[in-house]
Design a protein around this ligand. Structure first.
Ligand SMILES: [Zn+2]
Length: 535
């Protein structure tokens, strides 16, 4: 689908349903009027008198609200998923080998074989080494990517192409797992896998753009019309710009500049690029993206007491703080990936230092995404800097085991504590996480509103928030975290006419569904009605 830049000259009014403005200044409205891709009026029924020729859309009791903003969606990485071997749910070597062989039959050639999502032994699946992948007997490089994409296993040929040998040192922020002879086993943690990822994803600008466009179009069915891409490499930026220039960008994108490959904090070139805010409401430069810790057990940086015993794990990175301070001195904003409580402390400290050294008139919006384990003191520190965080209720799907890891003084998935503590919370998917399709925003709002996993197990019930609060988080909350509150996320005069119509009740036990999505004042998605025997 192409969003045409031409303006619709005729006003359209929505009425006859419940209008959720997400705007604290005007929480009630009977009528919303859009024209030329923008909201031109909102208020009670009298508003209609000013628009004698308006086309009226009867909501028929349905719910109208701003379209969803997925504040942490790796679109420029997720767009490759359809090209990869689908390992969803496969937990044995044989099943993985079968899937790879099937893929090779359908995709002959010499290209890289990438498999995703790999479920390792920790999550009930299987550990793999290069010997397993070599055993597939393919004359092609093979890379299998963990469901969190913070852990990889590469075949011998793939390691060779990336020049990873026994004498390659570990990068500061990653680890090459070695056998007793010092030879790489093929397993690579964090940024040690970045060079392979870069090779495997290499493509030309036009093909990259086509893949992004296809993946972005899928978002409309979830009611999403805008994303923040938290890790935009120079190649991804070039592809986004091509789509923008050709008027083919299906969603609004806030690009967070990142290094040449995902998980790599070497961003010197990006710091010299355009700074945060440049662009327009279709494509804008967002905060610089940095990683403070990892994403798998062993790299996520936790520390604290569990039932009186000290417990410490993880690989906190030491390569983000200087970059963070440099970026802020150059008047950019920064978003940091931090899962564990140890790195969150370090990130907060870096932001505090950066604020002291920041140039005059530069209003800093500290952003720390994920924050899986938090203390109230950390929440207060982030809130006191006016900070924000994009969270992912979809990760409750692997959280059952965390109930047994109760760190004293810390809370897992402290969604409600964050809101109560004054942090702006944004909603997101972390697509393509291999745990569930987090792009399903309504499902994520249900998970957050019940603090349940997909199977209905309640995880941390004291963090429950109302369903409507989650809708605010995925609209206004995400807009504020992106510095876009004067552009989208609320139904307010002058903002973009990106809308969602929900059918059903705002009840997490019986959730509504996305009936229609509008972007730039145009209908871009309508849920197909079931007819006949299916009804
Ligand atoms: Zn992420």
């Amino acid at each position: 689908m192409t969003i045409s830049p031409e303006k619709n000259p005729f006003p359209i009014a929505f009425t006859g349903g419940r209008i959720l403005t997400m705007d604290p200044k005007q929480s009630h409205a009977d009528v919303l009027v859009i024209q030329g891709g923008r909201i031109v009026d909102i208020g009670d029924k009298c508003v209609l008198k000013s628009y004698p020729d308006v086309e009226i859309i009867d909501l028929c009791g349905r719910i109208l609200l701003p379209a969803f903003i997925d504040a942490h969606n790796h679109l420029s990485f997720a767009c490759f998923v359809p090209q990869w071997v689908n390992l969803w749910g496969l937990t044995s070597k044989d099943a993985i080998q079968d899937a790879v062989e099937m893929h090779v039959q359908n995709h002959p050639g010499r290209d890289w074989i990438v498999g995703f999502p790999w479920i390792d032994a920790y999550c009930g699946g299987v550990e793999l080494t290069r010997k397993d992948l070599d055993g597939f007997g393919l004359d092609r490089p093979v890379l299998i990517m963990h469901e969190t994409w913070h852990k990889f296993v590469a075949s011998s040929q793939a390691l060779k192409m990336a020049s990873i040998t026994a004498s390659t040192p570990d990068p500061g922020s990653g680890k090459i797992i070695r056998d007793s002879d010092g030879e790489p086993t093929g397993v690579l943690l964090e940024s040690a896998g970045a060079p392979l990822l870069q090779l495997a994803l290499e493509t030309n600008r036009r093909r990259f753009a086509d893949l992004i466009e296809a993946r972005a179009e899928e978002l409309h069915a979830f009611g999403v019309t805008a994303i923040h891409d938290p890790g935009v490499t120079p190649a991804a930026e070039a592809a986004y710009r091509l789509l923008y220039e050709e008027g083919r960008l299906p969603v609004s994108v806030l690009m967070m500049p990142h290094g040449d490959s995902l998980l790599d904090n070497r961003i010197e070139n990006r710091l010299n690029g355009p700074s945060t805010g440049l662009g327009d409401e279709r494509l804008r430069v967002g905060p610089i993206k940095l990683f403070a810790d990892g994403g798998v057990p062993g790299t996520v940086a936790f520390s604290g007491k569990i039932r009186g015993r000290m417990y410490t794990d993880g690989m906190p990175r030491d390569d983000f703080s200087d970059e963070l301070i440099k970026a802020i001195k150059r008047r950019s904003q920064v978003c940091v990936h931090s899962l564990g409580n140890v790195t969150t402390d370090a990130v907060l400290e870096s932001f505090e230092t950066a604020i002291e050294q920041s140039p005059d008139g530069h209003n800093i919006l500290p952003r720390v995404d994920h924050v899986f384990l938090l203390s109230l003191a950390q929440i207060t520190r982030l809130a006191s800097m006016g900070g924000c965080s994009a969270v992912q209720p979809c990760f409750l799907n692997r959280a059952e085991r965390l109930k047994r890891m109760a760190f004293e003084g810390y809370q897992w998935f402290a969604f409600n504590d964050l809101v109560k503590g004054g942090v702006v919370v944004a909603g997101s998917s972390d697509d393509p996480n291999g745990i569930m399709d987090g792009r399903d925003t309504i499902k994520c709002c249900v998970m957050g509103a019940t603090m349940s996993d997909d199977a209905g197990n309640v995880i941390f019930p004291d963090q429950v928030m109302p369903f409507e609060q989650w809708l605010w988080i995925y609209t206004a909350g995400s807009a504020i975290a992106g510095g876009q509150e004067n552009e989208r996320g609320m139904l307010r005069k002058g903002l973009v006419a990106d809308l969602v119509i929900l059918e059903g009740e705002l009840d997490p036990k019986k959730p509504p569904f996305v009936a229609e999505t509008w972007a730039n004042g145009k209908k871009v998605y309508v849920k197909a009605k079931l007819t006949g025997a299916n009804q």
